[in-house]
Design a binder for this molecule. Structure first.
Ligand code: ACO
Length: 361
């Protein structure tokens, strides 16, 4: 019995496949590199939802429906935003999403897709003492998210964010997707299932890692010696954020996709020196980890370049996990529907290792 369910296959899925030995990610028959940078997020939502909802419209109709869902979420939750804003930004988003209807239909699903993209910029603006900006239902999803954050959106940054959302839309039976499927298997509604996914995503061993990546880069820059800083962290028993993965034994393919996006932004003078510094830190971390854990192949994961991309897009590090949720929510919903369709409650067993009662003679 493995405490972390290592190597346990707990679901059949048509949604995505993580090839940990080869370093490939397949999403519904497409390789990650066919989708990221080529398909818009709204198109990928349709790809993931196909077959899981009745009367799913075509790409452009669904993108319009996501836009309308952004407006719907804003209208419903705007009166509550001031009460949510004092919470940390992830908890505030999660609390806002908990207020959405808990149904199983396409309208429920699209509100959940829209919610992180609407709530995150609105809550960030309130935290800065600025008025939230209402969604533009006709705009592209990623571009609108940036516009709601800062009032403007450049095509380059919108494309970068869109590519990020596509890159993280689904990833096999990761912790948050498994949590989502467990709740969906009880026939609770989609909001309940997505709240379980949000809870699991928050932790630093999963979707909470990219904020700490920025803290690590800043601390290493201040220290002036990457290798020494990293070795000291390992000696204290700390994990290096943005490195290691349960499934991948080679480099996470999402890291390369996101690094290329950051590189393209860098050529526009947005992140040039930051990227060069991060590459130096990455190489130092790989060397230090190889020396410290020779028995384990610890490679760069998705979170390392996520941090650089979201920083360049204008999000503060506290909100990086929110943006991760804005991408992953589509995968969670599709997995929830796929699990519901099996009709089977997820209910594993535990082995009791506690004290036994005295037997009465
Ligand atoms: N830094 C230092 N040591 C590490 C790291 C790391 N990033 N990753 C794994 N190790 C070590 C472990 O401490 C362990 O050492 P030990 O055998 O001496 O105890 C050994 O490598 C194996 O570790 P496991 O926990 O079995 O590896 P697992 O596959 O379960 O861990 C995880 C995966 C949780 C992602 C881990 O690599 C980690 O904590 N990484 C840092 C946090 C991070 O980047 N999270 C984002 C992951 S990607 C995502 O979820 C979207």
């Amino acid at each position: 019995m493995a405490n972390g369910l290592d190597d346990v296959v707990a679901a059949d899925t048509v949604l995505s496949d993580v090839d940990g030995a080869g370093g490939h990610l397949t999403i519904r028959g497409y390789s990650l590199t066919e989708l990221a940078g080529h398909w818009r997020y709204g198109q990928v939502v349709r790809l993931l939802f196909d077959g899981f909802f009745d009367e799913l419209p075509g790409d452009s109709e669904l993108e319009k429906a996501i836009g309308n869902a952004r407006a719907d979420v804003f209208d419903r939750l705007q009166p509550m935003l001031a009460q949510l804003a004092p919470l940390d930004i992830y908890s505030a988003m999660r609390a806002g999403m908990a207020l959405l209807p808990d149904g199983d239909g396409l309208a429920d699903a699209l509100r959940l897709v829209a919610a992180p993209a609407v709530l995150t910029p609105a809550l960030l603006r309130l935290g800065r003492g600025e008025k939230p900006i209402a969604p533009d239902a006709r705009a592209d999803h990623a571009a609108d998210m940036l516009r709601m954050l800062s009032g403007t959106s450049s095509p380059a940054l919108a494309k970068a964010l869109d590519t990020y959302l596509v890159t993280v839309c689904d990833h096999g039976l990761n912790a948050s997707t498994f949590a989502t499927r467990v709740v969906a298997s009880t026939h609770a509604g989609l909001t309940s299932a997505i709240l379980a996914g949000l809870g699991a995503l928050k932790g630093p061993l999963h979707g909470g890692a990219p904020g700490p990546v920025i803290e690590m880069l800043d601390a290493i820059e201040a220290s002036g010696n990457a290798a020494a800083w990293l070795r000291a962290e390992i000696a204290r028993g700390e994990r290096i954020m943005g490195f290691g993965h349960r499934i991948y034994r080679v480099r996470d393919p999402r890291a390369d996709v996101l690094k290329a996006v950051v590189g393209r932004l860098g050529s526009r003078k947005v992140t040039g020196s930051r990227l060069g510094f991060a590459e130096t830190v990455e190489q130092a971390a790989l060397d230090v980890l190889k020396a410290a854990k020779p028995q384990r192949s610890i490679q760069t994961n998705v979170e390392f370049y996520t941090a650089l991309l979201l920083e360049a897009a204008g999000f503060p590090k506290e909100a990086f996990s929110n943006v991760f949720a804005a991408g992953r929510v589509a995968g969670w919903i599709a997995h929830a529907r796929e699990q519901q369709a099996t009709g089977r409650l997820i209910r594993p067993q535990s082995r009791y290792v506690g004290p036994v009662p005295d037997l009465v003679a």
